[in-house]
Ligand binder design. Sequence first.
Ligand code: DGY
Length: 328
Amino acid sequence: MRSDTPASRPVLLVTRRLPEAVEARAARDFDARLNPQDRALSGADIAALAAETGAEGILCTAGDRLDATAIAALPEEVRIVATFSVGTDHIDLNAAKARGLIVTNTPDVLTDATADIALLLMLGAARRASEGERMIRAGAWSGWTPTQLLGTHLGGKRLGIIGMGRIGQAVAQRARAFGMTIHYSNRRRLPAEQEAGAVYHADPEAMLAVCDVLSLHFPATPETTHWLNAERIERLPPGAIVVNTARGSVVDDEALIAALASGRLAAAGLDVFENEPNLHAGYRGLENAFLLPHLGSATVETRNAMGFRALDNLDAVFAGAEAPDRVV
Ligand code: DGY
């Protein structure tokens, strides 16, 4: 805990409303400038507010776009941007590095919550959960029938995971409990104890043919933009299911929507979208798209842990120590 007097506490600009316990700690340890209205801020807004408040640190979130222009506009006093997310694709890390700005993220603490959502998406897509829910809410359920809303089992199916980091491994662990066979592709092969019987494919493209369910777990970078395109979808078995809890930009929406509309793919479970919250309108009309509004880390426990982790990084930097989750 910082022991400084309130007057000497560093000014911390917090870009969005955060869980109560996190805001309380931020206000205790920093001269925190909160956003009680939870107003969405552009990069230019953040830079202007940083200048106005004399911020030395910024606690931002995954929805705040800090591109090179916004970073260049930040006042010199800002030493650190601690993002309340594991993903950092909303921040131009090269620009941050060039300016000597410290950027930290919140790894580990959202692994389980995100893996849980990946399984929810798999089940929801395979078992047509949102179709059933919509039927009930519309008052259109006329009763149980033997052929109503038949889905498909996850058990016995092959799950292909691209990106076998913390979240990918947590998804594999859960999927095994459903009786799925695990295939994965990753830059490096995992040691046998972490692999736990999963089949390694050095080439993700070569793995696609065995993915009854494909789950994406790699970061959004210029190289991975629209990675899942029409050509790669064509390599999946007919009737495959696609799940995305990573970032929307890794999927070519037009290609996925076309494959869902034609029945080439049975279903998709999506928690993330390109240009959130303005997702491609084509998804809304697809019965076989199970859609969630970026809920991967949305549990009280996880969001508190993410906030505390971001504050740990800020505390470290203002105490003159190395930030534990420094990205650049
Ligand atoms: C992240 O942390 O990157 C998530 O997408 C938001 O929880």
